[in-house]
Design a protein around this ligand. Structure first.
Ligand code: IFM
Length: 443
């Protein structure tokens, strides 16, 4: 049984999350090409070479989608603006149609009593900027600051919260070292530069937002709990390296003005010149930190180049993504991030959820018991952390809708609401109904 709203402190924010490229339909409305369009058009990168050209057609169906958020009883909607929709070339000429769309969307949220929680970058890098080196080029700090200013001036007076960049680890490491996301590089120097520039751009955006008087500014990091694959000291050290790259690098940069030594061992020779001087920008004061949490990993030392680890499969039940279900990891991060980095600063779980197969019942209902159980177990962990004194102020489920799951195309369904990608019909799943009941107080 899902915990009820009344099991959480007054004012605790319940929300749902999506992102622009994953739902809007990026082939419409004058948006520019993004590096996801070209990445997906390259064979072998994305399942069936699918892209976000139509996605859920949220660009046209947004009133229905906002109604689903309101009717579900959610307080907030974590959405993103697409850089390439607002600035098709990344800089210069604004696409007025794109900016008008976000203006209407924010007003639509306010009319329905939904708090607009904006992310400025959820991975739609305009190709014109990718051509200039994208996240490898330090100038991205200023390009991103200019884009931020346009959004701040148009929407800033009505936003509930803003985070510049979703999941810096994915932007930098997954995309430039592991090659799994656009631009699909596997290059340690590119990765080192992206790791640093993503934080530099975050800091530049916060400076601009503060300057424009926008309130409630934060950052959103994704975290994975690393279990050493065995009791050996080598595997323990490998798990620490994994933890440093994945979990500690970004929060250390922002809150401590330093990078973990385990990361510098590998990346220092490749960081851009003068990186040590950027912590003044990177460490801008924040009003909250968001944690995206899904899973844990097993980490084993291997005799290879740095970071010298492999990720063997673990024994726990898994989601459709193949991700082990380990709610205890969320509790670990809520406690240790507050203890080691953020102190009394408000924390939010800004993403949590699972890809799961849906079961269609004869009367058209869609059951997703595994998802309900997953959400229940993670929400219980949140309650425990709050009881222990962690300043956790809200929880956002990923995602409102089934959507474009990046390299995995449309196969993996994370939504509380089912989307038929032929007809684009939305059907709330059992999890949406159960959450609605829980938020209304019925459990
Ligand atoms: O779909 C993604 C989202 O874009 C970022 N966080 C993780 C989700 C599930 O993989």
């Amino acid at each position: 049984m899902l915990p009820r709203r009344s099991d959480f402190p007054d004012g605790f924010v319940f929300g749902v999350a999506t992102s622009a490229y994953q739902i809007e339909g990026h082939g419409q409305g004058g948006a520019g090409q993004t590096h996801w369009d070209t990445f997906a058009a390259t064979p072998g990168n994305v399942v069936r070479a699918e892209n976000g050209a139509r996605a859920c057609d949220h660009l046209n169906r947004w009133p229905e989608d906002l109604d689903l958020i309101r009717d579900g009883g959610f307080d907030a909607y974590r959405f993103s603006t697409s850089w390439a929709r607002v600035l098709p070339e990344g800089r210069g000429q604004v696409n007025a149609e794109g900016l008008d769309f976000y203006d209407r969307l924010v007003d639509g949220m306010l009319e329905r009593g939904i708090k607009p929680a904006l992310t400025l970058y959820h991975w739609e890098l305009p190709v014109a900027l990718a051509d200039l080196g994208g996240w490898r080029n330090r100038d991205i700090g200023n390009w991103f600051a200019d884009y931020t200013e346009i959004i701040a001036r148009r929407l800033g007076d009505r936003l509930w919260s803003v985070a510049p960049i979703n999941e810096p680890w994915c932007v930098a490491w997954l995309s430039h070292f592991m090659g799994i996301h656009a631009p699909g590089l596997r290059d340690i120097r590119a990765a080192a530069r992206a790791m640093h520039h993503v934080l530099y751009a975050h800091g530049r955006a916060i400076q601009v937002l503060r300057g424009e008087g926008v309130k409630n500014l934060g950052a959103v990091c994704n975290l994975e709990y690393p279990h050493p694959a065995s009791d050996s000291p080598e595997d323990a050290a490998a798990a620490r390296r994994y933890d440093a790259i994945y979990n500690r690098f970004f929060v250390s940069g922002i809150f401590k003005g330093a990078y973990p030594t385990e990361v510098l061992e590998g990346l220092e020779p490749h960081l851009p010149q003068g990186w040590q001087d950027d912590f003044g920008v990177i460490g801008q004061k924040l009003d909250w930190l968001g944690l995206n949490y899904y899973t844990c990993k097993r980490v084993a030392a291997v005799d290879e180049a740095w970071p010298s680890y492999a990720e063997p499969a673990g024994p726990l039940p898994k989601t459709e993504m193949g991700w082990e279900i380990y709610p205890e990891g969320l509790g670990h991060f809520l406690r240790t991030i507050a203890r080691d980095y953020t102190g009394g600063l408000p924390l939010y779980v800004t993403e949590n959820g699972m890809a799961a197969p849906d079961r269609l019942l004869p009367l058209g209902q869609i059951t997703d018991d595994d998802r309900i159980d997953y959400l229940d177990r993670h929400l219980q962990v949140c309650r425990t952390a709050i009881g222990e004194g962690v300043p956790l102020k809200g929880y956002f489920t990923w995602s409102l809708l089934d959507n474009y799951e990046w390299s995995l195309g449309y196969d993996k369904r994370f939504g509380l609401v089912h989307v038929d990608f032929e007809t684009l019909t939305r059907t709330p799943k059992e999890s949406w109904h159960r959450l609605r009941a829980a938020l209304a107080g019925n459990g």
